[in-house]
Design a protein around this ligand. Structure first.
Ligand SMILES: [Ca+2]
Length: 216
């Protein structure tokens, strides 16, 4: 009888220890996701580290705007300047603009973007980066880059939004990446300032984008 009781007690204690470990692990994991130490499975893309044998199949040209707007759709709210830059002697300046898709449908998207389609196949890795500077402002958000992975009908199969460089920061580096999902035929790289009507300015420079064919 005593042995049985003792065994029951041991089982109960082990049960408590396991439960405590599970709760502790959950707290550590959730804290990790919140502070950004661990990937958030709902949000973050797991992009493999570079491997020997990876081949870069596309590199963006004129990411520093030294050839003016060549290759870029510089829409309303954007212009090439030579008084502020991160590299070389030019950058892309973003100023407050007005955009309403319902009131003014023909004005066009208030995002600058790389005009030419960049061919990407499923499984290929895309890494893009930019240097961004912003004036001080009480506006929310700021400036960021992002990319849309699109299928043959032009529908996005995946969107990667970069983290904003908030208003009031000197040149700051941002990098985004993603693996092309099934159905991808191309990507669209875009530069976005939010809110569009913020009266202050921001600048983009030294933008890089590589499409990488992973090693076999
Ligand atoms: Ca430049």
């Amino acid at each position: 009888m005593a042995m049985k009781k003792k065994a029951k007690k041991v089982v109960k204690n082990v049960g408590f220890v396991v439960l405590a470990l599970v709760i502790l692990s959950a707290i550590v994991y959730v804290t990790g996701v919140i502070i950004g130490e661990f990937p958030n499975p709902l949000k973050d893309d797991v992009v493999p580290e570079p491997e020997p044998g990876d081949v870069i199949v596309f590199t963006l040209s004129n990411g520093g705007f030294e050839q003016g707007s060549t290759g870029w759709a510089v829409r309303h709210g954007f212009n090439i300047v030579s008084d502020v830059f991160h590299g070389g002697t030019h950058s892309l300046k973003s100023s407050g603009t007005y955009y309403s898709s319902t009131e003014d449908p023909n004005k066009g998207d208030a995002r600058a973007s790389w005009t030419n389609s960049i061919a990407v196949s499923p499984g290929q890795r895309v890494v893009a980066s930019a240097w961004i500077k912003t004036e001080s402002s009480s506006c929310v958000d700021g400036l960021r880059i992002g990319m849309d992975f699109k299928d043959s009908s032009g529908s996005p199969v995946k969107v990667v939004d970069g983290e904003f460089v908030k208003w009031g920061n000197d040149w700051t580096y941002r990098e985004i990446s993603g693996v092309a999902p099934a159905g991808t035929v191309r990507i669209n790289l875009w530069l976005q300032t939010r809110p569009y009507a913020c009266p202050e300015s921001g600048w983009y420079d030294d933008i890089n984008l590589e499409v990488i064919e992973p090693a076999e």
